[in-house]
Design a protein around this ligand. Structure first.
Ligand SMILES: Nc1ncnc2c1ncn2[C@@H]1O[C@H](COP(=O)(O)OP(=O)(O)OP(=O)(O)O)[C@@H](O)[C@H]1O
Ligand SMILES: [Mg+2]
Length: 359
């Protein structure tokens, strides 16, 4: 006697509750199951996924396929297609920024590569299909325009500043507003004003991610940010040597103090692979950030070795090229992937709907 044929209802029973990686809610309730077609032991499913989870579309499809093969009788043949599920960002709080995730990239110590990592992470997320904006919150020493080779002056349209376009990615920086080489003397309230100008009065459009490049050192900007909008969290960049790690620990404490969750640690300048002999040199030591992240129970997002072309591209305004070079792209893609995967895991673990607390 042959087994009973698989029905569409059985397929739905397996995938309806599968969590959408962006919202953590079931695919069915979010209207992301676009098609279920069963022919004998061949199953075809089309799911819609939002661009916010672009970095993990492949993983998500694989997990759905595995689940169907494991849970349906007779390990049927499963093919899955993905289409884009359009779900625009909602305006965030009083500030009205339309972004789904706002992520600050900071460190305790200066010069560890925050701006390089922030810009490359933004481009990596964009390469994965997400809609990304990049905000340079280093009001005193903006370096994003230089790293990405951007020029221009944002003009005002409809009462909002129009960001500068970097190959489809909106970018805002004090570097566009103040002539190069001119010192900016800001006091606390003015700093606050500049950040508000960038967050509230800039026409970012509909974003999956706003990546914020933080200045080194003090918590002023972090505090202003945390007061302006609910940040998704912060990524802390550090180099492996002790002196940088001490500062990274302080940065983690600082973010926690202003209630910005720490999403993970990136180790930059991890080691140097000598192009002449292929030998690895641990110039600043190695693995320190990973160990420290474990100790502090913060996810480790990845490492980036010292690569001369990364520095050269930075100087030449070609940082976006880090994602076009096979020798460097994988490091930044890995960080973007781990970040998105962790966010998805967090969402899936959250209660499905906001719960009302009983006082
Ligand atoms: N992995 C890397 N390999 C080679 N050079 C790098 C790497 N990461 C960063 N750099 C270079 O190091 C210098 C400092 O980097 P960056 O400006 O990104 O640091 P930062 O932490 O943002 O500095 P600041 O604290 O001044 O804001 C730049 O010249 C950059 O090109
Ligand atoms: Mg910087």
């Amino acid at each position: 006697m042959s087994a009973a044929p698989i029905t569409a209802a059985q397929v739905h029973a397996v995938i309806d509750e599968f969590p959408d990686p962006e919202t953590g809610r079931g695919l069915k309730i979010m209207e992301q199951i676009k098609e279920v077609d069963v022919r004998g032991d061949k199953i075809h499913v089309t799911v819609g996924l939002a661009t916010h989870s672009g970095a993990i579309w492949g993983d998500t499809l694989q997990a759905i396929r595995d689940r169907l093969r494991e849970r349906l009788p007779g390990a049927p043949e499963v093919s899955i297609d993905v289409v884009q599920h359009v779900r625009p960002a909602e305006p965030i709080g009083a500030i009205g920024l339309t972004a789904k995730s706002v992520i600050a990239v900071g460190s305790g110590k200066g010069g560890v590569g925050k701006s390089t990592i922030a810009a490359s992470l933004a481009v990596a997320l964009k390469t994965f299909g997400s809609k990304v904006g990049l905000m340079d919150a280093d009001v005193y020493g903006p370096s994003i325009p230089h790293l990405l080779g951007l020029e221009g002056q944002p003009f005002v349209q409809g009462g909002k500043l129009q960001p500068i376009d970097a190959g489809g990615m909106p970018v805002m920086s004090m570097g566009f507003l103040v002539p190069p080489g001119e010192a900016v003397v800001w006091r606390g309230p003015m700093l606050h004003g500049a950040i508000t100008l960038f967050l509230r009065d800039t026409s970012w459009g509909d974003l999956d991610y706003l990546i914020i490049d933080m200045p080194p050192g003090t918590g002023d900007i972090a505090l202003t940010l945390s007061q302006s909008l609910p940040l998704t969290g912060a990524v802390v960049v550090c180099t492996p040597q002790d002196v940088a790690l001490i500062d990274a620990v302080k940065a983690i404490a600082m973010f926690r103090k202003v209630n910005i969750p720490v999403l993970g640690v990136v180790e930059n300048m991890s080691y140097f692979l000598c192009p002449d002999n292929g030998k690895r040199y641990d110039i600043f030591g190695s693995g320190g950030a990973r160990a420290k992240a474990e100790e502090l129970q913060v996810p480790f997002l990845g490492e980036v070795p010292i690569q001369i072309p990364v520095r050269e591209r930075g100087d030449a305004g070609q940082t976006a090229g880090n994602l076009a070079d096979i020798d460097s792209a994988a490091y930044f893609e890995r960080i973007a992937y781990n970040l998105v995967r962790n966010l998805a895991a967090q969402r899936a673990a959250e209660p499905p709907l906001p719960t009302l607390s009983v006082l």
